[in-house]
Design a protein around this ligand. Sequence first.
Ligand code: UD1
Ligand code: MG
Length: 405
Amino acid sequence: MGKCEMVVPLCINVVLSVVGFGVVLRAIPALSSMFIDAGLFGRDLCKADRTKKVPESMGMVSGTVFLVMMFLFLGVPFGQHFITSSKPFPHAAFSEYLTSLLSICCMLFLGFADDVLNLKWRYKLVLPTLASLPLLMVYYINQGSTTVVVPRLLRAWMGGTLNIGVLYYIYMSMLAVFCTNAINIYAGINGLESGQAVVVGASVAVFNMIELGGFQAKSHFFSLCVIIPFTITSLGLFIHNRYPAKAFVGDTFTYFAGMTFAVVAIIGHFSKTVLLFFIPQIFNFLYSVPQLFHFVPCPRHRLPQYNKKLDKLEPSVVEFRDTSVQWQVMAALRLLKYLRLVHLEEGVGEDGKLCRVNNLTLVNLVLVLIGPQHEGSLTTKLLVIQGLCSGLALFIRYPLADLFF
Ligand code: UD1
Ligand code: MG
């Protein structure tokens, strides 16, 4: 693919994305009352006034605008083949493009269903797997690679590359499950869900731009065409979702965003690198494991607690009888306390038999470490951490990975 072949479509893509940004920015306030009337609203739990209705599922607006922009853009990279017919029509790339949109569209729809119906956790795991199936099929038909590069240390025994076959497909569908849920559980304060998607999206775009000069340029070009409109339209959503939130993104957005990252990573052939941009989400997931698997009780909401006197957020806590959890879990919590990674109190309550621990999320951990924070500045700090982690990701991907691969 020549440089000019990429630059012109990318410029048109950016222009369409900016138009999309403007539409999202205007459409959200215009549609807010319609969403509230339809019962799609939530209460802002980290505010003194919890009576205000905030429209929920606003990811539907940014997601729809994103899809429309992608449909309009379709004619740019592929339409030119009708004008200059010197090359055969790229059917493989076209099917990848359409299936990507199908998977993303499916997840937007399923996320919306979750917002309306409050699905159980088992469905949250099954649905992204199903939504990724058409994409994996196209990946298979287009003879997508299933080989991984073996680290230098192991090459003497295993050779330079290893074909892991079906395991690669299992990994890719699990990537879709992970990305959707990891974003959804790293949430709860104004602007965090949409903000993290914008930072990760921008980081993926930077990575794709670096790789445009490499031998996989075509795949990274495709990824850019999707990730630029996604990031810019999500920025429009972020502006309404940031503190003080005038809109909530809903699971519609968290699922849609997660699926978009999984899709570009699969079709762009960087399904391992993409996880490097999810360092805070991976940490949050691992830290959440005791609650996600119910070793420690998990309340419906784990977001921080609002302190009216200070107008700041404090870590929220969960209380349980020390006899109600296994001794191994208590031992793990004590170890985490020793490492200053949890705030654990034992022997509390009237009979002195209760344990109190902060809800195991990264948001609460940051509050444990740096003390109570104003909601707006907490989101900013978490997004700065996300950005710094992207810097670390690029460092791991380039100078460091060159040492091992
Ligand atoms: C996930 C989290 C849950 C967290 C919730 C907040 C897990 C296992 N689940 O659940 O702990 O409380 O996200 O998004 O970790 N809300 C706010 N302020 C915000 C964003 C959301 O108060 O800035 C509240 C609103 O009441 C909103 C609700 O959270 O209506 C949305 O929660 P929902 O996305 O349905 O929760 P889950 O994704 O199931
Ligand atoms: Mg959610």
